[in-house]
Design a protein around this ligand. Structure first.
Ligand code: ADP
Ligand code: MG
Length: 256
């Protein structure tokens, strides 16, 4: 099983949209994919219209003493080969427990390891905060995908995120290949074009050479979670980004 963490310490950069589009692309290729919502805001869980009151079984249960089994928490979706582990509001309280319970940082990694025969890919939709959940995801990931908005402020957020990833990589003593995915790109704005150029200058080789364009169809959760693949420029761009990530994989593993 391959685990991909989709993370950025900044909110609203397209993490959830990216998680969903990459996961459904992998599932469309025939892989068995589990999508795990690690964000207490539960946007991904809502996109799949999972009722949140009362809270569903989900990713918080992986942190219970003894740890629930990932497979038992994964629910079917309308999309073939794609299962979802929902987010629960209690995720927000985890950061406090993390300080007092050693070992919580590896809960997700352990759960994924135990379920490695059940899935080909796990895609982790991370919260926009550097805390226990993000550390769990980065500790468990085989690769990190950082969606980044193409505006000047977002570039600072990206630098923070890559520094965090380098820190986790040093402590876990296993390479964490990182890829930057420019998102929400508007080629009609000067700041968009300039920011994309700057991204390529700063992170050459790690940045997908294209960008996910603004596309209103990507804003509609019911389109993104429907059985039928969403069409349009945004969805096509995500397919092309996925192909790039898949092609980068063997090379990065050899380098590692
Ligand atoms: P994050 O998970 O980083 O907070 P989201 O994926 O939720 O980001 O995206 C933030 C908002 O932008 C959402 O309303 C989403 O529907 C919208 N969005 C994301 N990507 C695109 C895009 N390429 N074009 C148009 N809207 C987008
Ligand atoms: Mg999100």
């Amino acid at each position: 099983m391959q685990t991909w963490a989709i993370a950025n310490q900044k909110g609203g950069v397209g993490k959830t949209t990216t998680s969903l589009c990459l996961a459904r692309g992998l599932a469309a290729d025939g892989a068995r994919v589990v999508l795990i919502d690690l964000d207490p805001h539960a946007s991904l869980t809502r996109a799949f219209a999972v009722p949140t009151d009362p809270p569903p079984a989900g990713s918080h249960d992986l942190f219970n003493p003894g740890g629930a089994e990932l497979r038992s928490l994964a629910r079917g979706t309308a999309i073939d080969n794609l299962l979802l582990v929902a987010a629960q509001p209690a995720l927000a309280t985890l950061e406090r427990r993390g300080a007092t319970q050693p070992g919580l940082g590896l809960s997700i990694g352990r759960a994924l390891h135990a379920a490695r025969a059940n899935f080909d890919y796990a895609v982790l939709d991370c919260p926009p905060t550097l805390g226990l959940l993000m550390v769990n995801a980065l500790a468990a990931a085989d690769r990190l995908v950082v969606p980044t908005q193409t505006d000047p402020l977002a570039l600072h957020g990206l630098a923070d995120m890559l520094r965090t990833a380098a820190m986790v990589e040093r402590s876990r003593r296993r390479p964490l290949p990182r890829h930057v995915l420019p998102t929400l790109y508007d080629r009609r704005t000067r700041s968009g074009v300039q920011s994309l150029d700057r991204l390529h200058d700063l992170y050459e080789g790690r940045v997908w050479p294209k960008a996910i364009p603004m596309d209103t169809r990507l804003r509609d959760p019911s389109v993104l979670t429907a059985a039928e693949a969403p069409g349009g420029r945004g969805a096509d761009a995500y397919r092309s980004a996925l192909n790039w990530l898949l092609a980068a994989m063997p090379r990065q593993q050899e380098a590692a």
